[in-house]
Design a protein around this ligand. Structure first.
Ligand SMILES: Nc1ncnc2c1ncn2[C@@H]1O[C@H](COP(=O)(O)OP(=O)(O)OP(=O)(O)O)[C@@H](O)[C@H]1O
Ligand SMILES: [Mg+2]
Length: 599
């Protein structure tokens, strides 16, 4: 029952959304729908009056009869006009709702300043459902809400109509229909919960089909010939769900047959009663018509009310996810209001420890180090030692579990987050590839300034002109094959664009996480020189596995299992003869072997 109340609550919470999307369409629909609900009862009533009038007349039309016929025609006209009207306004309303919902979702995602929510499987899944289904859920919401409203009004009006004959008879009919309604509703709900509520099994099904259909996996699927494997996995999940649903469906069939039988007995007895009334002269022939039609209509509208409301239930689950998302608190503390006035960057890690949400492993353990203004600092260490995690903490994508990070002596949590992030530009290890134009891919990091000169400098210093010459649309070239006229780039070209994007941003601190992983030797050399030319104008934090880049850094921090084991200049760390030295020698020797091969 609490679940039911929850559903009703969620549906009622959607009404303000209708109004926010469009006041005028909501009002129009709120006029059309009740009218549609009440019209069948009114038409029936007029028909009955006409029949009774005709039966009482010997010949010739009375004015009254003419009026009734005209009314009847007018109501038929009105009924026929309302359907297309409703369709039109439902369509218009849907468009508005879709964009309203999407804009709200996008706006809300901007309020969540960290990324830790993405660490929860159910949450991540909910966000995906919200995003994917926002395009069509509002249609259901509108159509089914309208359907339920309309059938409630029709059912009630039929009930009132039947009550004019005999209140007990109408009660008797309604009561004989209700058990069927309830059981159908329950079973329908059960089927939905099994199939649609995105059970873990259903989520897996989604994933398996996605592997076979999406571009991301296309190469490997073809090479390793894994399609049969994924289809089999899909079918296994499907069969597990389907056996449950089949069970529900069969129960539905059995119950509804039994209850239909009971309902028909009730209806049959009532019908016998009204026929008897006509025979003994207590009712008219028109009464038989109105009575039988009202029973059929009441049954029909009750059935569609059940069907629509069970479909609405499914939509309510979606809206529940939507409202949950809209009510989320930001995952990182946003109390900081301090504006940043200092143009210097002095960053300090103070006994920082970190564990990822929903995980137990201590990724960073009591870490302390300084990054001074104008310094070029390198983070070096094995895979998984915590380098990228340090960057994420600096960017406040997560907050430390213990300890603090200070900027110019003040905890970064005290600064206004947008102000703070403005100071920093980053080339992420898993940088984004936007399906936008080449130019947009670069200026996206600093949209506030449309600085033609800075953009020109980037094109020049990154030597993009030869790449631009290969594009039919020059800098307006869309970099994605999923849009018309788009093209695709190589991994190295994409990485170079991500470095260019980070450099376009007017920032004090430049962080680069493996920026040359995909670059060729020439481009890497150029990148290092470019970094060197920044001099003291920028503070740089560089994560790299490539030793060649280390010649331009002032200091190196060597990380091992989330702890700093060595720090110093390149020379100092080499002389240390510890892990850094081993790594250094490994790379050096590898290089030597290759050159001796050539010799
Ligand atoms: N979102 C996450 N949830 C749980 N654990 C994570 C998450 N991201 C990373 N880790 C774990 O944290 C540790 C540090 O990861 P991190 O990405 O910081 O390593 P890294 O030093 O950047 O490695 P690489 O050189 O491969 O880029 C790893 O053991 C990794 O498995
Ligand atoms: Mg990393």
């Amino acid at each position: 029952m609490t679940r039911f109340i929850e559903v009703i609550k969620n549906i009622s919470k959607t009404f303000p959304l209708f109004l926010q999307s469009s006041k005028i369409y909501t009002i129009i629909l709120l006029i059309i729908i009740p009218l549609q609900g009440i019209l069948p009862a009114v038409s029936l009533w007029i028909t009955k009056r006409i029949i009774d009038e005709v039966m009482n007349l010997s010949s010739s039309f009375t004015n009254h009869l003419v009026m009734l016929v005209i009314f009847w025609i007018l109501f038929v006209l009105l009924t026929s006009l309302l359907s297309p009207l409703e369709m039109t306004f439902q369509g218009l309303m849907t468009d508005k709702m879709v964009s309203k919902l999407n804009i709200n979702l996008m706006g809300k995602s901007n309020d969540l300043k960290g990324i830790s929510y993405y660490e929860s499987d159910t949450f991540y899944n909910d966000i995906q459902i919200l995003e994917q289904e926002a395009a069509w859920r509002p249609v259901n919401l509108i159509v089914f809400t309208a359907g339920v409203l309309r059938s409630i009004i029709t059912t009630v009006s039929m009930f009132i109509l039947l009550s004019t004959f005999n209140i007990w008879i109408s009660l008797f009919i309604i009561v004989s229909i209700i058990p069927q309604a309830i059981i159908t509703y329950k079973l329908q709900k059960e089927a939905f919960e099994t199939l649609v509520m995105r059970s873990p099994e259903a989520r897996k099904m989604n994933y398996y089909s996605n592997v076979l259909l999406s571009k991301d996996y296309a190469q490997e699927v073809r090479l390793f010939n894994t399609s049969k494997f994924f289809i089999k996995k899909y079918l296994e999940s499907f069969n597990r769900i389907h056996s449950n649903v089949k069970d529900v469906r069969f129960r539905q069939l059995i119950y509804s047959s039994i209850f239909t039988f009971i309902a028909v007995i009730g209806i049959g007895l009532s019908f016998w009663w009204i026929v008897k009334q006509v025979v003994i002269g207590n009712a008219t022939a028109g009464d038989i018509l109105i009575f039988s039609s009202a029973i059929i209509l009441a049954r029909q509208s009750l059935a569609s009310m059940i069907e629509d409301s069970s479909l609405l239930y499914d939509t309510a689950l979606y809206m529940e996810k939507y409202f949950n998302f809209m009510n989320l608190e930001s995952d990182i503390v946003l109390d900081g209001k301090l504006r940043i006035e200092d143009s210097q960057i002095n960053l300090e890690f103070n006994n920082v420890s970190f564990v990822y949400p929903n995980s137990k492993n201590m990724v960073l353990n009591n870490l302390s180090f300084n990054l001074r203004n104008g310094e070029n600092l390198a983070l070096v260490g094995e895979n998984g030692s915590g380098k990228t995690t340090i960057i994420k903490l600096i960017l406040r994508l997560y907050d430390p579990v213990k300890g603090s990070i200070l900027l110019n002596g003040i905890d970064i949590r005290n600064y206004d987050i947008e102000d703070y992030r403005k100071l920093i530009s980053t080339v992420f290890q898993d940088y984004s590839r936007y399906s936008l134009s080449f130019k947009e891919n670069i200026i996206l990091s600093d949209l506030n300034q449309n600085d033609k000169q800075r953009y020109g400098n980037i094109i020049e210093s990154f030597d993009f002109s030869s790449l631009l010459n290969t594009f039919p649309n020059a800098e307006e070239q869309i970099l994605s094959k999923s849009f018309e006229g788009g093209t695709e780039l190589s991994s190295g070209q994409w990485q170079k664009i991500s470095v260019a994007r980070a450099n376009y941003r007017d920032s004090k601190l430049l962080i680069m996480d493996e920026p040359s992983a995909s670059l060729d030797a020439k481009n890497e050399e150029w990148l290092i020189n470019n970094l060197e030319s920044l001099g003291d104008s920028k503070t740089v934090l560089l994560v790299t596995h490539r030793l060649s880049a280390l010649r331009i850094v002032d200091n190196i921090i060597y990380l091992k299992n989330g702890e700093i084991t060595e720090r110093g200049t390149v020379e100092e760390l080499i002389n240390n003869k510890e892990d850094f030295y081993k790594m250094y020698m490994m790379q050096k020797n590898k290089f030597k072997v290759k050159t001796s091969d050539v010799e």
